[in-house]
Design a protein around this ligand. Structure first.
Ligand code: ADP
Ligand code: ZN
Length: 716
């Protein structure tokens, strides 16, 4: 069965391998069991039900709350040659009838249905008359009142399991805290359910936070780094949306405004223009996004601070669904915080006000963090990163650090003395020995900690406490007035004497980061994208449903000159090859010709290589292609999804097949050490014997590559 799944994945969708969780979920569905899947946006949820729906007998019924998304999904499936349809209120009577007829005739692999349609008696009757491959409930958090997007029509979905007890069911969501998770399983009556919970991390999103100074200018500067790419700018108010949109338009950018105050028709048009790449930048209030499934959104900018980390995560998460490098920029302004505070004051229920205030505080503390942003973000969702991420502004442009052990001890001791009942501001006051009425009331001037840190400023202490929270030495209890208490790890410092490195507090503007380098030939990519747009227009679907940016990027580098070669590219399934492949070949061939001419120019040294091994296989040839494009080893390994060792093995095979690899460069700094060792070695010595006397650790693969090279040039 899994072999069949693998085949469908390659032939229909054009992907070589399942992602790790996908594979397990697909196996579960194929075995006819129930599953619950928590995967971040872009994780690849759709494949979890699409592949089993195609393989299992009957039709997969997909419940989805967003009518606008259904059409996109079905378009994308059609472009892969999959028999799919949707059934919702947007269909005319005749169209709806046609869908039902196709369903009854058993000619659908997947049917997307809105929940209110699904649970009508008439429709259930149809379902009883056909074979159902599985039920998939997308955006399953809508079933829970605990979730942030509760939809009453989802509640009744629990009935499905009673009505169709033998049909496997799959619930999928990208956002669920533990409470919501259990609620979903309960509401859908998922018995014997297998749970698959992925990390929330979105590694391809680079998080940046910048002090807001002149936001409109900052926007333009940022957009300058992303020419011709799509993105979203979020603003707090309609007024700011309008302002920013007009400003961008005046500077010649294809930007459009989107907020709840616009007529429905206009909103629909803006959304559609964005999906079809007619508009490049959407400036929007948070009203925008839920119904937008555009895989190649390259950046999300927060012109103003979001109200909570949850919102921030969700909104930035709309970038980079295709897995390509993307950026999230937050313009952080102190003025905005008081603005949001005022908005919160208008909230009616006192309890709600308190919760929102605490959520905002967490967001503020994220923005002011001096620790890896990803660490803070994931920490908020209860995940602990083992290493700093290397892909956020803090990691890329780290603040100065100092040995903060003594200060951390003071802070932790103070929190311990306050017994976990007081928030950050209060702890700072006690540390600094402030003479406030609250401290007097509690008699806290008698504490040992009182005034123990009087030589640091309020900002400095706040920064230290935040860092201790981010490093999990302190816990900030959002449900309890943001009170600080000691975490288990605090003992490492207080008792075990561990030392702590802290970042120096540094106010002001920061940005000195390397631009994201994209793995593609920009010039050719844009030409390919033009062709894609024409194809999409002809079919009336979105360009990214024709081919993804990932596919075009790979094409622009590997320059396949035949349909056969094109089938190696990720995302090129059989149907897409047949339907779209030809359209791209002329321009690809032209570029290949140019590239060859470039190559044919005489090089300094043209050694004649002797092929000592068999011809390279497809994967190795792809490495060869990337290598010829001038990508460095790290990039090739990343693009190929292989390890450093795996890459070396490719190079070994390529050299043995007679390809001219610059081995000295690939092996790196120890090339000459290896060569000398080989010269000196007894010809019958084993590799480990040759390596034993070397002063440095060198991998076997590096040696084997050098050996292959010596053989190929006839020296060995
Ligand atoms: P989600 O619904 O979880 O946000 P999608 O199902 O839209 O994610 O998939 C995100 C992206 O990943 C899509 O562009 C999809 O084509 C791609 N993708 C999914 N599975 C694979 C895979 N096994 N190999 C390569 N790309 C994949
Ligand atoms: Zn980081």
């Amino acid at each position: 069965m899994m072999r069949e799944a693998q085949k469908i994945l390659k032939n229909v969708f054009g992907y070589d391998d399942f992602r790790p969780v996908q594979k397990d979920v697909v196996a579960t569905m194929l075995a006819g069991d129930n599953a619950f899947v928590l995967m971040p946006t872009g994780g690849g949820k759709s494949m979890c039900y699409q592949v089993p729906s195609i393989i299992r007998k009957g039709t997969g019924i997909i419940v989805s709350p967003l009518i606008s998304l259904m059409k996109d999904q079905v378009d994308a499936l059609h472009s892969c040659g999959v028999r799919a349809a949707f059934y919702n209120s947007s269909l005319k009577a005749a169209e709806a009838r046609e869908v039902l007829e196709t369903l009854a005739a058993g000619k659908l692999d997947l049917l997307y249905v809105a929940p209110e349609r699904l649970l009508t008696e008439a429709f259930l009757k149809h379902l009883h008359e056909i074979d159902i491959a599985l039920f998939a409930v997308d955006e399953a958090h809508c079933v829970s009142q605990w979730g942030h997007d509760f939809r009453p029509e989802y509640v009744k979905l629990g009935l499905l399991h009673e009505l169709f007890p033998n049909t496997p069911m799959l619930a999928l969501t990208a956002t669920a805290d533990e409470h919501t998770r259990e609620d979903i399983v309960r509401c859908l009556s998922l018995t014997n359910v297998k749970r698959f919970v992925s990390s929330f991390d979105r590694p391809n999103i680079r998080y940046l936070v910048t002090q807001k100074s002149n936001p409109l200018r900052q926007l333009l500067e940022f957009l300058h780094d992303w020419p011709d790419e799509s993105g979203i700018v979020y603003c707090l108010s309609r007024k700011r949306v309008e302002e920013a949109a007009v400003h961008l338009q005046r500077h010649g950018l294809r930007a459009a405004a989107y907020h709840a105050g616009l007529p429905a028709k206009q909103r629909e048009k803006v959304q559609d223009d964005f999906l079809r790449d007619r508009v490049r930048v959407i400036v929007a209030t948070i009203a925008f996004g839920m119904g937008v499934d555009k895989s190649n959104v390259r950046f999300v900018i927060h012109h103003d601070i979001p109200k909570s980390i949850e919102s921030y995560y969700q909104e930035t998460g709309r970038a980079g669904r295709d897995g390509l490098e993307s950026e999230a920029l937050l313009l952080y302004g102190a003025g905005d915080i008081s603005l949001v505070r005022k908005l919160i004051e208008n909230v009616e229920s006192q309890e709600q006000r308190r919760i929102e205030a605490h959520k905002l505080n967490s967001m503020v503390s994220f923005s002011e963090a001096l620790t890896c942003r990803r660490r803070v973000l994931l920490g908020y969702f209860g995940e602990r990163l083992k290493h700093d991420c290397g892909n956020c502004d803090i990691c890329l442009d780290p603040p100065e650090t100092f040995d903060g052990t003594n200060l951390a001890r003071l802070a932790l001791a103070c929190v311990r003395e306050l017994k976990g009942h007081f928030g950050m501001g209060y702890v700072v006051d006690v540390l600094r020995g402030a003479n406030t009425s609250r401290i007097r009331e509690h008699g806290h001037s008698k504490l040992t900690a009182y005034g123990s840190g009087s030589d640091l400023s309020q900002d400095e202490w706040t920064s230290i406490l935040r860092q201790l929270v981010h490093h999990s030495f302190l816990v900030q209890d959002v449900s309890h007035h943001g009170a600080l208490r000691l975490a288990k790890l605090a003992d490492d410092i207080l008792v075990a004497g561990q030392s702590v490195t802290l970042a120096k507090f540094k106010p002001g503007f920061r940005r000195g980061l390397k631009k994201i380098s994209r793995q593609r030939n920009d010039d050719l990519f844009h030409k390919l994208a033009e062709i894609r747009k024409d194809l999409a227009n002809r079919e009336g679907i979105a360009p990214h449903a024709v081919l993804s940016d990932v596919t075009l990027s790979q094409m622009s580098l590997s320059l396949p000159s035949s349909i056969e070669a094109m089938s190696q590219i990720s995302g090129m399934g059989q149907h897409k090859l047949e339907t779209y492949g030809e359209a791209f070949l002329p321009i690809l061939r032209q570029h290949e010709g140019e590239a060859l001419e470039e190559k044919a120019k005489p090089t300094v040294e043209t050694l004649k290589l002797v092929a000592k091994g068999s011809a390279a296989n497809d994967g190795q040839l792809r490495t060869w292609d990337l290598y010829k494009q001038g990508l460095d080893s790290d990039d090739i390994a990343a693009q190929q999804g292989i390890s450093e060792t795996g890459l070396m093995k490719h190079f070994i095979a390529l050299v043995r097949a007679g390809h001219h690899v610059d081995v000295e460069k690939v092996v790196g700094e120890y090339f000459s050490v290896i060569m000398e060792a080989l010269d000196d070695a007894d010809p019958h010595a084993s590799l480990s014997e040759v390596k034993r006397d070397l002063p440095v650790e060198i991998s076997n693969e590096a040696f084997r590559l050098a050996l292959a090279w010596r053989e190929a040039i006839g020296e060995a």
